[in-house]
Ligand binder design. Structure first.
Ligand SMILES: Cc1ncc(COP(=O)(O)O)c(C=O)c1O
Length: 441
């Protein structure tokens, strides 16, 4: 059950609020009236501070592809802890993961590591600016690429603010964002070649980069259309713009990332799974573009700093995670993700509820709408749909399953067939409760 007012979670949150605004340091983990504090986890199971165990379909927003305490990661990190955790000097661990990534992702000839996906995106954009000598960037409406100002534009746009689809408003996300940030960002809808072309063309000569996700996270992990990616590649090449794929979530859907399905980008950003659960990010791409970071010939075009960049703990954890996430494991998780989406669709149909599970590979999201999901607007929930999603999420929580606040989730290698059966049985009961208006508020 959701912890009650006398629970340890409630008390910890009260205490947390005395020291931190909002009681934490990460908006995504807050839930009203108080978040569920975690005590420990192993494999697919997470135990909260009140001793309640749940099966984890969040896996720290998809970062933990092997679930919790995966033995090879624990071993690699334990060994590293005894050797030292960060130094003012490079380590071989960085080379190992760097070499591994360049072998695994064909568009990545060179790579550099950061501490988060947000930083990776920021440095990819800086690299594109330095390389092209231009400073504007283009991104898809509604897309989340982390917390760098320019990619935050339109991230939180909704019906009240988004304006006409043919010319989306550039809605700043953080109060106080300088107007120049919007002025230097072009926003276009995902998966729509005609509108992308119409919106990008007038700015083509000013654009340093187009950043796009091969799988659109905010719309429900839906796959990009081949024609859209073919267009973006052709257009960017034609106009000297760098094409950046944000693979921070989508990397796990293909051995070489989701980009295997599309023309190669100039740069890619990575995070989450490539750190095995430890803080990480990376920017990689062609040797030619990545030269902007090279500090061996004097001050580089893009000085890349960061006290914890490529720290050996994240590097060894990432290598352990990725070497165990081989072609077979990728295929297995993708097959399980597809099965979950298919079964959820059947449950909606059987119960006569309007809804679907969208997604790609091992990623899924549940929506209370039936229309085809192609972009931000087509997936944006109405108020009743949003309320239903919230009720469903609370039902899952009460019934021992963890999914994200927007009812998205993912499968880790720690999830068994039995866990999936439990998930689907729970989905049926939880949806029935939402349908009958019995859902917990
Ligand atoms: C597509 C995408 N880009 C960037 C980020 C930012 O990564 P981080 O949270 O590591 O800063 C995320 C995080 O969820 C993401 O999903």
């Amino acid at each position: 059950m959701y912890p009650d007012k006398n629970s340890t979670s409630a008390k910890l949150f009260e205490r947390a609020c005395q020291f931190m605004p909002g009681g934490n340091s990460r908006i995504a983990v807050y839930q009203a009236p108080y978040p569920i504090f975690i005590a420990e986890a192993k494999g697919a199971r997470v135990k909260d501070v009140d001793g309640v165990e749940r099966t984890d379909f969040i896996n720290n927003q998809s970062a933990l592809v092997h679930g919790h305490c995966f033995a090879p990661i624990v071993d690699a990190v334990s060994k590293q802890l005894h050797l030292g955790v960060s130094f003012s000097g490079p380590t071989q661990a960085e080379i190992e993961l760097g070499q591994y990534m360049t072998g695994r992702v064909s568009s990545v000839e060179r790579i550099r590591f950061t501490n988060s996906g947000s930083e990776a995106v920021m440095f990819a954009i800086k690299a594109a600016r330095a390389y092209t000598g231009r400073y504007k960037i283009a991104k898809c409406e509604g897309a989340y690429h982390g917390s760098y100002d320019f990619v935050e534009i339109s991230r939180g746009s909704g019906p009240a603010t988004w304006g006409p689809r043919e010319n989306p408003e550039k809605v700043p996300y953080t109060k106080g964002t300088p107007p120049t940030v919007s002025e230097n960002t072009v926003v276009f809808p995902y998966n729509d070649v005609a509108l992308a072309e119409a919106l990008l063309t007038p700015e083509a000569a000013n654009l340093a980069a187009i950043i796009v996700e091969p799988v659109s996270n905010r719309t429900g992990m839906i796959p990009g259309r081949a024609a859209f990616f073919d267009f973006l590649r052709r257009f960017s090449q034609q106009h000297g713009i760098l094409l950046i794929y944000d693979e921070i979530i989508s990397f796990r859907v293909g051995f070489g990332g989701a980009q295997e399905r599309f023309p190669a980008p100039d740069l890619s950003t990575f995070g989450k799974v490539i750190g095995g659960g430890f803080p990480v990010g990376a920017v990689g791409g062609s040797k030619d573009v990545m030269e902007v970071f090279d500090q061996t010939k004097g001050s580089p075009a893009v000085p890349h700093t960061g006290t914890f960049n490529a720290n050996p703990v994240s590097m060894v954890a990432g290598l352990a995670a990725l070497t165990a996430f081989d072609q077979g494991q990728v295929a297995m998780l993708n097959q399980r993700g597809a099965a979950i989406r298919g079964e959820i669709g059947k449950i909606f149909a059987e119960l006569g509820i309007e809804g679907q599970a969208s997604g790609t590979g091992s990623l899924f999201r549940i929506h209370f709408r039936n229309n085809e999901l192609t972009d931000h607007r087509s997936a944006y929930p109405t108020k009743p749909q949003e309320a239903a999603v919230q009720s469903l999420q609370r039902e899952y929580t009460n019934r021992g399953i963890m999914v994200s606040a927007n009812c998205s989730g993912n499968v880790s290698t720690a999830i068994t067939e039995a866990d999936i059966d439990q998930f689907l049985t729970t989905t049926r009961a939880a949806l029935k409760a939402v349908q009958d208006g019995r859902a917990a508020g």
